[in-house]
Write a new protein. Structure first.
Length: 317
């Protein structure tokens, strides 16, 4: 199935961003889709920061962090995700994206040389089971085994990029850090898109209103607002807590589908929603306790209180 063919019927429990990606890649090549959303998001953020005088002079090391993080986030994860969603339903893709918090906790544990708390582990297991129940449907898996393995690897790539962005040199402003990652990552994706010949067989005339709307949603909601909030949260809370979005999104999407009459509200939906809610509560409670406790000897604080206040004020406009 090519990037320009129509997508199959969507699973009602798919997260909205995955659904938008699926609609977009039906009309735009996958790497080009990600390049458009990244560069479009970067342009909007810079356009918002410059008139306000919110830009600080970025260093070479900050740009290196942004480029590495952007490559893992937008090539290794979003690029692979867009490629796989030409064959895999968005509901099942959402299930595979629940590996993100698992990878985040694993990488953080390795980096900090300590095991995650039992509460976090219980929350991760419960959340994964909840989304698995939600995405189970009729038990028919779309795509190939290669697609599924690629999606698991995409989750790892997102986690690696998140760890680099969290711990590497970066501006105090979360908005500027987000814009730098989007710009650097978008240029890398665009270079790959050009290198594999995606631009050769595509033109703007192939876009329909649905594809255009999907791209606009990805740029504004999925990138500027969604990724901007994610970048800020990485600076002020634990990776495990930030990663819980992968559990919540499918439940929110299913609730919206029910609200517009596209999906009946079954017992399975209620049970899975309660499982995800409890999982998020467990992880956030553990993360809150961890933040209040004193740092272990030899473990520096990742973000100073001054940086947190700066990042928060930058996004409050």
């Amino acid at each position: 199935m090519t990037a320009h063919s129509s997508p199959p019927t969507e699973h009602a429990a798919s997260r909205l961003e995955l659904l938008a990606i699926r609609y977009a890649v039906a009309e735009v090549p996958p790497l080009l889709t990600i390049a458009i959303r990244c560069l479009g998001g970067a342009a909007l953020l810079y356009g918002w920061l410059v008139p306000r005088g919110g830009l600080e002079r970025a260093t070479r090391h900050q740009w290196l962090t942004s480029t590495l993080a952007g490559a893992f986030l937008f090539v290794g994860c979003h690029g692979v995700l867009a490629w796989a969603e030409q064959r895999v339903s968005s509901g099942q893709a959402a299930l595979f994206m629940t590996t993100i918090p698992l990878w985040l906790v694993l990488l953080t544990s390795v980096r900090e040389r300590r095991t995650p708390s039992p509460t976090v582990v219980a929350g991760l297991i419960l959340g994964t089971l909840g989304v698995a129940l939600l995405a189970r449907g009729k038990g028919i898996w779309s795509g190939t085994i290669t697609d599924r393995l690629a999606l698991i690897a995409a989750g790892l790539s997102w986690a690696i990029g998140s760890v680099i962005a969290r711990h590497g040199p970066r501006p105090a402003s979360a908005a500027q850090s987000t814009a730098m990652q989007l710009a650097a990552g978008g240029l890398v994706v665009l270079a790959l898109s050009t290198g594999v010949g995606e631009l050769a067989g595509w033109s703007l005339q192939q876009l329909t209103p649905r594809g255009t709307t999907a791209l606009l949603f990805l740029v504004v909601a999925g990138t500027v607002l969604g990724f901007g909030a994610y970048t800020w949260l990485l600076q002020v809370t634990t990776p495990a807590a930030v990663g819980t979005y992968a559990f919540v999104n499918p439940v929110v999407a299913l609730s919206l589908a029910w609200a517009v009459g596209d999906e009946p509200f079954s017992v399975r939906t209620i049970v899975s929603g309660l499982m995800v809610l409890l999982a998020v509560m467990l992880i956030w409670k553990s993360s809150s306790t961890e933040q209040k406790s004193q740092a272990s000897p030899g473990m520096p604080r990742v973000v100073s209180r001054r940086s947190q206040r700066t990042a928060s004020s930058t996004f409050r406009s």
